[in-house]
Design a protein around this ligand. Structure first.
Ligand code: AHM
Ligand code: MG
Length: 333
């Protein structure tokens, strides 16, 4: 790489000078999350060597069997943010209720996180990720579930994800563009490699668990039929890519265009993915990059959570591709 590398810390430190004002404490919180992800990147990489593959024996609140790495990731993220004193409470896929950390002083934020997304991939050396969404506290004092946690994604002040793949990549937005950093393992720093990411308005890839095709609503089945028809003038057929880790499938869509969807099926009446710590943070990132995210009928960022582990159907990625999916859903008899 030519010229002086811009590290994440420098990028955050210089944000105000470049008109990307960050609310007080946000840079420190993002740095803490980046620190946790460096630890996690190493833990994921060394899991087979350190005996951390496989199941923990526990089941999380949404009924998934926990992997050992799910537990490790949850502890790592919690420890990192607790040490900042900036977070009042954490909502995590791996915690039944919200974890209150502090209710006074500097603790002005709520963190929603999926500490290890795509954990079915851990044992096959596949990509996994960490997702985070950050909200300002609604008011001082003890954390109130309804007021502080059951929010609309549009209230987030920052969100992002880390993808542990061949390289560890951290992508975040604080409401003024999307920035991507790659972990330089030798220096131990995240370096800006993807400045102001723009999601192509249309792509050639789609990602979904087609195993559920027959259980989907007719409009979605018709949409898949449409994508798989040959029409070179509109770039069809689209190619299917499915990692099985939302972060990795989303990252492809963000960089190269295309869409990911997880609609309702027989086993998942509201889709599989959770609003607060999967859909809303990624929707914020994608919209900031010019893409689109919805339930198929409503913008994800406008959905107010009714419970902390609420699931919603998700379609996310290139604006025109997501719009077309919504059109097929509307056209249903
Ligand atoms: P997780 O957070 O427990 O890993 O579950 C979410 C994951 C997503 O990353 C992924 O896109 C989806 O579940 C895969 O589900 P399926 O195996 O049903 O295709
Ligand atoms: Mg997940």
């Amino acid at each position: 790489m030519k010229g002086a590398a811009i590290t994440l810390d420098r990028h955050l430190r210089e944000a105000d000078g470049q008109g990307r004002d960050l609310p007080e404490g946000l840079a420190a919180l993002l740095s803490a999350l980046a620190g946790a992800s460096k630890i996690l990147a190493r833990q994921v990489r060394r899991a087979a060597l350190s005996g951390s593959l496989g199941y923990s024996g526990g089941v999380n609140v949404t009924g998934d069997s926990q992997k050992k790495l799910d537990v490790i990731a949850n502890e790592t993220v919690l420890e990192a943010v607790a040490s900042t004193g900036l977070v009042a409470a954490v909502v995590s896929e791996e915690l039944k209720g919200a974890k209150a950390l502090a209710d006074q002083g500097e603790a002005r934020y709520i963190l929603c996180t999926d500490p290890l997304d795509g954990s079915s991939n851990t044992d096959i050396n596949g990509a996994v990720g960490t997702i985070f969404g950050i909200y300002p506290r609604a008011a001082d004092g003890p954390v109130d579930e309804v007021r502080d946690l059951l929010r609309r994604g549009s209230e987030q002040i920052a969100a992002g994800y880390v993808m542990y793949g061949p390289a560890t990549v951290l992508v975040y937005t604080a409401g003024d563009g999307v920035f991507g950093f790659t972990l330089d393992e030798d220096a131990g720093t995240f370096v800006l490699t993807h400045d102001r990411i723009r999601c192509p308005s249309r792509g050639h890839y789609y990602s979904a668990n087609l195993g559920h095709l027959k259980e989907w609503r007719p409009g979605i089945r018709k949409f898949v039929e449409h994508l798989t028809e040959r029409d070179p003038s509109t770039g069809r057929p689209y190619s299917l890519r499915y990692v099985g880790a939302l972060v990795a499938d989303l990252h492809r869509g963000l960089i190269e265009g295309g869409l990911y969807f997880y609609p309702a099926d027989e086993g998942h009446a509201n889709g599989k993915l959770r609003l607060l710590y999967e859909c809303a943070p990624l929707a914020f990132v994608v919209e900031q990059a010019g893409g689109r995210a919805s339930t198929g009928a409503q913008r994800i960022l406008e959905v107010r959570a009714e419970s902390i582990h609420q699931r919603v159907p998700l379609v996310i990625g290139s604006a025109l591709d997501v719009e077309l999916y919504e059109t097929f859903m509307r056209r249903e008899p």
